[in-house]
Design a protein around this ligand. Sequence first.
Ligand code: GDP
Length: 449
Amino acid sequence: MVLADLGKRINGAVNSALSNTQDDYVAAVDVMLKSIVTALLESDVNIRLVSSLRNSIRNTLLENKNRSMGSMQTKKLVQKTVFDELCSLVDCEAQPFQPKKKKQNVIMFVGLQGSGKTTSCTKLAVYYSKRGFKVGLVCADTFRAGAFDQLKQNAIKARIPFYGSYTDTNPVKVAADGVSKFKKEKFDIIIVDTSGRHRQEEELFQEMVEISQVVKPNQTIMVLDASIGQAAEQQSKAFKDSSDFGAIILTKMDGHAKGGGAISAVAATNTPIIFIGTGEHVHDFEKFSPKSFISKLLGIGDMESLLEQYRTVSNKEDHEATLENLQKGKFTLLDFQKQMQTIMKMGPLSNIANMIPGMGQMMNQISEEETSTKMKRMIFVLDSMTKKELESDGRIFTEQPSRLVRVARGSGATVFDVEMILMQQQMMARMAQTSRAAQQGGGMPGMSG
Ligand code: GDP
């Protein structure tokens, strides 16, 4: 993944500058900046932005010239300056629109064909519907044959009401009809998917303006394919001139996406990125936050997104039941089973690993398939246990070793596999007990509150 490469290279430059024991601070800073600049340019960040970023990092570091390059404080300063400067590039002051419940919010999507518009419409619909909004999808793309079918299939799969027409070829009318139907039915959010073209052309922009005039969107979102790299800037400017979108969704940030293009696009249009698409599945959709994005870019993990994703896919009652158990210092096999099921729902493990500090690199060494097979086997083992066993602390198997053999046989695993699961669950249970004891006793030894 290009993003991880960029992070690795920037970290490498910082580390090698810090291990540089030579006295010439300015020379060491310049060598480091040269490596960072090369890494950013190769990741497709716009040359003007890189140059201003370089100057600003250089100035901060030179203001602190009196500190020696080897000190821990300097290391933190270098990392923080690089982090803050990159954050300020993607963090624009404009606040994205927040839909309100019981108000009819119309959101219109624009973007070129193939950018991931239809896919992202459904992802956004699912995102809001999971948060209690009543959401409808309107397909106003009458240009591309099959566009309505695609939206319809996605919507049916995601259980989102939809509107479109096989016979009407006037996109403005279809958009108006769809919005008016959902408004009458008191929908909170109405998402309108418009047509794209292979290229930016006059008719496309004209059509967008006309649709916008009739549906009067509260928010227009431009969908941008991150893999187009440098072209992102020019493309977003062209769309901004005609549709004045208020937010960006950046798709295909998985695979070979060049994160630099995103940075350029935001800086060029002063428009916030609100979500990023990280795969074809409906859940491969992350809320964009500048700090999380840059953390990932620099390979320092992103626990914020991980928790957000966890909250989205986990069942609220299960989650609360586990929390309650943990507060009592307990962690049963049933808690373990639910955690595993939630993790499996969170999408490809490599996506999850990339959000955990240090895990992304580790995952590169183990095959995705191998890990996923292991996790599925664990779920089969847990599924083969009885309710009583699941609700227990696992010691029940020490008293009845024959059950251990039965569970292994029933799930197609080995006795060793079952023992490993029990060992892991008991480790978690011990952690729950320790943290409970710490809470009651006023903290763990050696750790502040
Ligand atoms: P549209 O023409 O703009 O409506 O684009 P589509 O929604 O039809 O998407 C074009 C292709 O990109 C489809 O094959 C999607 O599955 C794929 N796609 C969309 N978003 C993402 C993403 O975030 N990651 C990946 N890998 N593929 C995506």
